[in-house]
Design a binder for this molecule. Sequence first.
Ligand code: 2HA
Ligand code: ZN
Length: 270
Amino acid sequence: MSDITDSRFVREMREITSNMYRQGWDERNGGNISMMLDREEVSQFLDPDKIIRTIDTGFDAAPLAGKYFIVTGTGKYFKNVDRDPENNLGVLRIADDGKSAGLLWGYSDGGRPTSEFPAHMMSHISRLSVNPDNRVIMHSHPTYTLSMNFVHAADEREFTRSLWRMCTECMVVFPDGIGVLPWMLCGTNEIGEATAKKMLEYRLVVWWMHGIYGCGATMDEAFGLIETVEKAAQLYMLTAGLPRVNEISDDQLKEIAAGFGLEYKKGFLD
Ligand code: 2HA
Ligand code: ZN
């Protein structure tokens, strides 16, 4: 069997966590990522039925029974994933009753999946119901997006519009807008349920004064969504407090939508 540290999925986790750390978005143990894997791909590197340890989920993950995920570990630092993937990552299979997950590889010091495992798994359930190709859920603490949370109304329509107006590309990348959750205690099933509910409608969800969730079929897609929000938030913050003499107008945003044939979030421009 081939070495799992060379697999496509471990390599992608190593690369993206290093990149996100270098952006300054994932200080200490901040941020977490989960990616759904195919049994066939896992089988090239592991016996897909050999469970080395069972971990309680603490919620009902039955809609994901039998599905495989690679997930960052709780308390682990993104900056260390590349150097020691086997300690900082885990490959899990959700048990048939959804109450536990079998560990197939990783968390080698006895660790567990991210404290945001409920938000991740519940969000996978939501996104798969909207887009069967979804594979990735990504959480991060991007600096300017968070900065904006302290000076901008916590309103999904207004927050989305402010970001759309900062870069022409924003409307193209996230015409479906950004969901906003008010500040809530993290690491709980409650915030997981609230996030998953938003994820039925949005591919991006901001946890106000905490961070952001993005999703997609690939790591690039999830990262690209968050990266584009963060770029717009950076432009917003760099120009906040200065006189605004130019702005992309609602009519120009509608022109972008028409030009690219985009279905933008109903009611956000009208
Ligand atoms: O894993 O980011 O939301 C650390 C966090 C919690
Ligand atoms: Zn967080």
